[in-house]
Design a protein around this ligand. Structure first.
Ligand SMILES: Cc1cc2nc3c(=O)[nH]c(=O)nc-3n(C[C@H](O)[C@H](O)[C@H](O)COP(=O)(O)O)c2cc1C
Length: 157
């Protein structure tokens, strides 16, 4: 749930700068960010997400895009662009939180529709996007997480 106010330009720029500074495969820096402010386009992005009821009208979106060739391939032949995407986008979300803004990584959406609305070239993949705005109220807690005992291993799995 978001207030209607659009976050200040300097805040948005600091958030984008945090993403810009993220490490990427061989420093390839393949990420692009589309800041969606035009109310009609914001509406179209909501439609492509189709989860509007959960978030109630964020004033803007930031959409990430990366070319498959915008990153490397590891020793097992796996493309690394989704990893670069994840690192950069998480930098962006953490910086937004530090600025007092609300976000939610959205991974479920119609990628073709988003690309069409925002005129993103075919070679790019959109792997995530986030609404961005001032939260109506501060989150009281995050969902429960596994304990360190459950996930940390020493010297063997
Ligand atoms: C890769 C990724 C994709 C996600 N996609 C969605 C999504 O499409 N819709 C949604 O409501 N939340 C989505 N989330 C948010 C997670 O559901 C949420 O972060 C998780 O349940 C933990 O909740 P918390 O951050 O409130 O503790 C996504 C999170 C990640 C990291």
């Amino acid at each position: 749930m978001f207030k209607k106010d659009i976050p200040e330009k300097d805040k948005i720029e600091r958030i984008l700068d945090a993403a810009r500074l993220a490490p990427t495969w061989a420093n390839m820096q393949g990420m692009h960010y589309i800041v969606v402010k035009d109310p009609e386009k914001v509406k179209s992005v909501w439609n492509a997400v189709g989860q509007r009821q959960k978030f109630a009208e964020a004033p803007i979106f930031i959409v990430g895009a990366i070319k498959e060739k915008g990153s490397g391939t590891n020793g097992n032949g796996e493309k690394y662009y989704p990893v670069d995407f994840g690192i950069c986008f998480e930098h962006l979300l953490l910086a937004a939180t530090a600025e007092g803004l609300g976000t939610c990584w959205i991974g479920w959406f119609n990628e073709e529709k988003i690309k069409e609305v925002l005129e993103i070239p075919k070679a790019y993949r959109v792997l995530g996007l986030t609404p961005l705005g001032y939260p109506l109220k501060q989150k009281e807690s995050v969902q429960e997480r596994n304990s360190l005992e459950q996930i940390v291993h020493y010297d063997r799995f």
